[in-house]
Design a protein around this ligand. Structure first.
Ligand code: HEM
Length: 411
């Protein structure tokens, strides 16, 4: 009898010893996972509701960075890239891109992807008004300027591409991430992207309203406008397929199928892609649901932000890219990257490695980056743009233009 009681106690005790730390760990994950967003709400919600003021561009930048580098870095970046990819279903956009000859083969397309990635991370991940952000924005505006002047890049196409780059990360986060975005976070994203669009000289005059209360209201209108725009303009064209086909060629097979799977049926038809394999279509949802469960309940939150922008290289004024797509443009030629196992594998496949001739291992210069034909050009334009952009202070309210605490338009 005595023995029986003891043997019943020991498994019970063992189970308790295993269960207690497990439950403690799950509670810790739950507590820490939501701590960052709670802190953001504590900081900004009173400002919006009690003081009846709005987010400044700097506030919106801080919240956006928390989302893009700490809370959902993978989905956020993928969302922006997929958003840009989706714009290839509009013939006016893809026709022009095809004419630039940057979507001819893997070399040109990967270079174009590297340039866009470098400039966009410089613009997006540096604080409003910072020198690096301003320089990259001025350069991008120069690269667009000739096409805008001759009417080949229209404001509508710019606005539509901007809308996709904002709406797509929000859509993917709300659908597949470990939590949805709160109204305050959507407000911040709208506020930051609106100001970013202004620096890219995108006009919002085509939207039904001319003033908005906050980023969320602006975004809602932009999304509705973009949906109407694609109803009118999205249709099949050979250029759509050519550009999308080459752009997808810079991705791995897994990434390609994922992007294809995330396209709406009408967009897939406009691009001319076949649906992804059935096994893939069936498994993506469950895989992402499993990821969502694990991240939400089992993983501690990220402690340090993911570094997105280029690292200063040993060539003055140049930066090494942190990521590359299919070809190692602007990548640091470390010993590991050149002689490590993945380098041997790449060489066996006859693929280039970081540091190989032609891929600019010294990094990119944000003031020179772009198509070869435009290297060393645009100095005057860029300097004028820098002056214009420096006047757009980050402490302004993007909905009234008033600065700092004087942003009381909600009252
Ligand atoms: C929010 C919208 C947009 C952003 C943020 C953006 C960003 C960029 C960036 C970073 C580059 C430099 C990449 C490189 O040098 O290869 C670039 C180049 C270019 N973009 Fe855009 N873009 C936008 C919309 C558009 C649209 C709608 C079009 C076309 C209809 C377009 C056409 C071009 C062209 C043609 C170039 C290359 C310039 C050249 O080859 O001379 N962009 N864009």
């Amino acid at each position: 009898m005595n023995t029986h009681t003891q043997s019943g106690t020991i498994p019970g005790l063992t189970a308790l010893l295993v269960a207690l730390p497990l439950v403690a760990y799950l509670c810790l994950v739950r507590h820490l996972r939501f701590r960052r967003t709670q802190a953001i709400h504590r900081q900004y919600a009173p400002k919006l509701h009690e003081q009846k003021s709005a987010l400044t561009v700097n506030d919106a930048y801080d919240i956006t960075m928390s989302l893009a580098t700490l809370e959902f870095p993978t989905t956020f970046t993928a969302g922006v890239r997929i958003g840009m990819f989706k714009s290839y279903a509009i013939p006016t956009i893809s026709n022009l891109l095809m004419r630039t000859s940057h979507f001819n083969n893997l070399e040109t397309t990967s270079r174009r992807a590297a340039n866009t990635g470098a400039l966009l991370t410089e613009i997006f991940f540096h604080p409003p008004g910072s020198t690096r952000g301003i320089n990259a924005t001025a350069r991008t505006n120069f690269l667009h300027s000739g096409y805008k002047k001759n009417g080949h890049i229209t404001n509508d196409d710019m606005l539509y591409t901007l809308a996709l780059s904002i709406v797509e990360p929000i859509r993917l986060i709300n659908r597949y991430e470990w939590r949805s975005l709160s109204p305050l976070e959507v407000n911040a994203l709208g506020t930051y992207w609106k100001s970013l669009g202004e620096t890219l000289d995108i006009s919002y005059l085509d939207l039904p309203s001319t003033t908005w209360h906050d980023g969320q209201e602006w975004l809602q209108e932009l999304d509705e406008w973009a949906q109407a725009y694609e109803k009118r303009n999205m249709q099949w064209s050979q250029a759509n397929f050519t550009v999308a086909h080459h752009a997808a060629g810079t991705l791995s097979a897994l990434q390609r199928h994922t992007v294809n799977n995330l396209l709406e049926e009408e967009r897939r038809q406009a691009i001319g892609f076949a649906p992804p394999p059935l096994t893939y279509r069936m498994s993506l949802g469950p895989v992402l649901a499993a990821r969502r469960f694990c991240v939400r309940h089992l993983c501690l939150p990220r402690r340090r932000p993911v570094e997105m922008t280029g690292m200063p290289s040993n060539e003055p004024g140049h930066y090494w890219a942190r990521n590359w797509y299919s070809r190692p443009w602007y990548t640091k030629a470390t010993k590991w990257a050149r002689y490590g196992p993945s380098a041997w594998w790449r060489r066996w496949l006859n693929e280039p490695c970081p540091g190989d001739d032609g891929y600019q291992p010294e990094g990119y210069d944000p003031e020179q980056i772009g198509p070869v034909a435009l290297r060393g050009k645009g100095h005057e334009f860029v300097e004028q743009e820098k002056a214009r952009l420096s006047e757009l202070s980050g402490s302004r309210c993007p909905f009234t233009g008033q600065s700092g605490s004087k942003c009381p338009h909600l009252g």
